[in-house]
Structure formats: C-alpha cells, structure tokens
Design a protein around this ligand. Structure first.
Ligand SMILES: NC(=O)c1ccc[n+]([C@@H]2O[C@H](COP(=O)([O-])OP(=O)(O)OC[C@H]3O[C@@H](n4cnc5c(N)ncnc54)[C@H](OP(=O)(O)O)[C@@H]3O)[C@@H](O)[C@H]2O)c1
Length: 257
C-alpha cells in the first residue's frame, strides 16, 4: 500500500466564520481557504476585514456585521448564499470578554452584552443557516467556546458562564439538527491573540506555569481542530466539545484564568 500524508480536504465547500477578521477566526478562515473552501468572514471593523480578505485572496469574502444584530446577520447569510450557492459550514467564533473581576460585581449592561454576543449570536447564526438550506443539504457547525466553561475562575466567571451555555447549546443543537447537520465545539485554552493580550502580564506568567505543553496556544492550533471537526473525517462526531489547551485542564482540573 502506498503511504500518503492524510490531509483534510474542504475542496468545493463554503463557510461563514464570524469574527474572522483576526485571531482564531482569521486562522480558521486561512486554514479553510488553504484546503479548498470559500469563506465569508464577518466582524465589526472594516479595515481588519479588508486586510484578511486581501491576505486570503478571492476565496475570501467579507461583510461588516455585529454578530448579534439579527437583520445584519440575515443579510450576511443571504449574501453568502447568493455568492456561494449554499453554505456548508458555520464557525461561531465571534465573542467578547469586557469584564475582569468577580462575577458578583458584573454590571447588568456588561452581562447583557456577554450573553448577547457569546451565547445568543451563535444560535442566531445557526438558525439563519438552518433555514437558508442547511437542513436540506446538510452541513457542520463549530462553536468556539473555552476551557473556562469547565470550572469556576476568579476573574472571568460570567464570560465562562456564557461559554458553558454555548457548550450546552452545542449538545442541544447536535441532538435537534441530526442527521442533517453536525454541531460540535472547540474549547481553547490560553491562545495568543488580541483578546488574550488584555490579560495582565503577571497573570500571563501564572497561566503559562499551568500549561504542561509549556506554551500558549497559537490561533493555528485552534484552526486545525476546527477544520477537523468541520470535515468529513469527523463524520460520526456530533455534540462533542474538543478541548485544545496544551494540557492545562487535565493538569489543573480547571482553567487557570
Ligand atoms: N484567545 C484566547 O485565549 C481564547 C481562549 C478561549 C476561547 N477563546 C475564544 O476564541 C474566539 C476567538 O477569540 P480571539 O482570541 O481570536 O479573539 P480576538 O482576537 O479578539 O478576535 C475576535 C474576533 O471577533 C470579532 N468580534 C468581536 N466582537 C464582535 C461582535 N460583537 N460582533 C461581530 N464580531 C465581533 C472581532 O472583530 P471586531 O472587533 O472588528 O468586531 C474579531 O474578528 C472567541 O470565541 C473567544 O471567546 C479565545
């Protein structure tokens, strides 16, 4: 038997990646385009979207859109269907983390924003794509959650609560949308992106100490796991939360943030 490298192939597939203008979302879009897919990336700020599209080339389209704005999201989905013919994959990656400190002190407007962007928006985009044809032609959804969802944390408790809700939504939708659509999640540990840059330096050193594989994750680590979950190679996987964290959770029993 001839041995060939095993590659994930997304040839001819089409995807929407929310929050695809930088960080993990951009790495996911890059990985999908590199393996043959066409991708629509979204985010609020145009310059970063334009830069991502310029880097990834004609297989990458963009739309400026707040993830939780229902009308704008519907317009993005309609645009993707018009351009691509259909959408096979959805990556619910956009999220926000505007609060640092005890959960008991979270102000109501921040709690509402966290819930809206991190928890409601992934369901909104899944509803839109389901109704735009996924229920007929099938597809795959990956929600980007966090290892913070697994246990209490001193500073990011409410953000983690929204991610725990998204883990549960992943299981709920996996059961509801099968067999047409598989729904899985990837739960990153500490990944070096703009979101992580907001963590104070002393905290970063402490976090690194808690990672057995001795480095923060890269956006590409998360993109590789996402690409696998979207692909046919994960064809019998649904409702799963795949932890990608350099071993932090098994070593500490909890997220270290
Ligand atoms: N980095 C980590 O250590 C880490 C760990 C665990 C989980 N995660 C999860 O991984 C995902 C990506 O994180 P990241 O670190 O790559 O973040 P990032 O570098 O801050 O990028 C976030 C992306 O989401 C977009 N976005 C943010 N708020 C949005 C909104 N309201 N509407 C539409 N787009 C919005 C941003 O673009 P605009 O600002 O232009 O809108 C950007 O494209 C998130 O779900 C995050 O919770 C990250």
């Amino acid at each position: 038997m001839t041995r060939r490298p095993v590659q994930i192939d997304h040839d001819g597939k089409t995807a929407i990646v929310t929050g695809g203008s930088r960080g993990i979302g951009r790495a996911v879009a890059r990985e999908l385009v590199r393996s043959g897919a066409r991708v629509l990336v979204t985010g609020r700020k145009r310059p970063a979207l334009e830069a991502t599209a310029a880097e990834l080339g004609p297989a990458c389209l963009w739309r400026a859109c707040h993830a939780a704005a229902a009308e704008d999201a519907a317009e993005c989905v309609a645009f993707a269907v018009e351009e691509f013919g259909r959408v096979d994959y959805l990556v619910n990656n956009a999220a926000t983390n505007p609060q640092w400190g005890p959960t008991i002190d979270v102000p109501a407007p921040l709690a509402a924003k966290l819930t809206e962007v991190n928890q409601w928006a992934p369901l909104l985009w899944t509803q839109l794509l389901w109704r735009a044809g996924m229920r007929e032609h099938g597809g795959a959804v990956v929600n980007v959650t966090s290892i913070g969802a697994f246990a209490p944390s001193p500073n990011t408790g409410y953000y983690n609560a929204t991610k725990a809700a998204l883990d549960h939504l992943t299981r709920q939708l996996a059961a509801e949308l099968a067999p047409a659509v598989r729904v899985n999640a990837v739960a990153p540990g500490m990944v070096d992106t703009e979101m992580a840059a907001a963590i104070p330096e002393a905290e970063r050193a402490r976090l690194l100490d808690g990672i057995p594989l001795n480095r923060f994750g890269s956006p590409e680590d998360i993109a590789a796991a996402t690409s696998f979950l979207l692909s046919d190679r994960a064809g019998w996987l649904t409702g799963h939360v795949l932890v990608v964290d350099g071993g932090a959770l098994v070593a500490n029993g909890r997220s270290t943030s």
